[in-house]
Ligand binder design. Sequence first.
Ligand code: BDR
Ligand code: CA
Length: 308
Amino acid sequence: MTTPLIIDTDPGVDDAFALALAVASPEVELIGVTTVFGNVSLEDTTRNALRLLALLGREDVPVGVGASRPLIHPHPHLSSAHGSDGLSGFAHTLPEATRGPDLRDAVTLMRELLEQADRPVTIVPIGPLTNIALLLAAHPYLKPKIGRLVVMGGGVNGGNVTATAEFNLWSDPEAARRVLVEEDVPTTLVTMDLTRRCAVSAEWLQALAGKSEVNATLVGLTPDYLATYRRFLGWDGMAMHDAVAVAEAVRPGILRATGFPVDVDCSYGPNRGALLVDQRLEVSNPKTLDIALDTDLDGLRQFILDRL
Ligand code: BDR
Ligand code: CA
């Protein structure tokens, strides 16, 4: 039986691959996509989501528009690793969407999809956690309908947007804290420590592009992102952060997770948005969050390549 899946996203180059992986995976049924500000503005992430679903032949999937800013503190705009339009300046190479977003906003769409679902729904948030925090705050009675959240975010050993904070958590720390620390929905956190180790090479991308026109178009969205990661990684490749989270949603257990007590720094100091992971052996806090820390790296890359 397939698992119903909702992806909450801010496309984003790696978000694009994540959506493609979900669409290509028979274990899950993509029942909704919701958009959030993040890599670029909400207007741009929504346009990108609509066009990506057109490319993937899934314009039947409703797209609910979500938050344009964080819950509490306005979001300073930073230049993005994903280029001016979120897709390395190549959003215009995607087919134009033949429909607009759903009339329901992101939270309303998620509420209705959860209400209608006849089995637990997996939600994969791969952007700032604003929409998910609002959903859980507004409709707590729906929590039992959520089988699992598989969240891409946080760094155990440092960040990518500041020394200690990863982009998705830093973009809305209060929302992240609500979802990851205060709520009690089963959650797996896929941090950048692991997603960076799963980075794919330029050769991997070439092999993918050779498989189909759709894949070639996806790979055509990568130049700016690749350029950034070439600097970060020191080799010619890029991190598939969000696709790694979708892989775990598609094939539960493909990532190996360990439970740790966590917190999210919501101060206005230099650690704002940092994930705090208590790795002490003797801890009295019984509440832990499953953090995906390891996988068969080559197997994971091959899994994504085979699926796409
Ligand atoms: C996360 O931040 C975004 O730039 C990516 O799309 C991913 O969701 C990685 O830190
Ligand atoms: Ca993302």
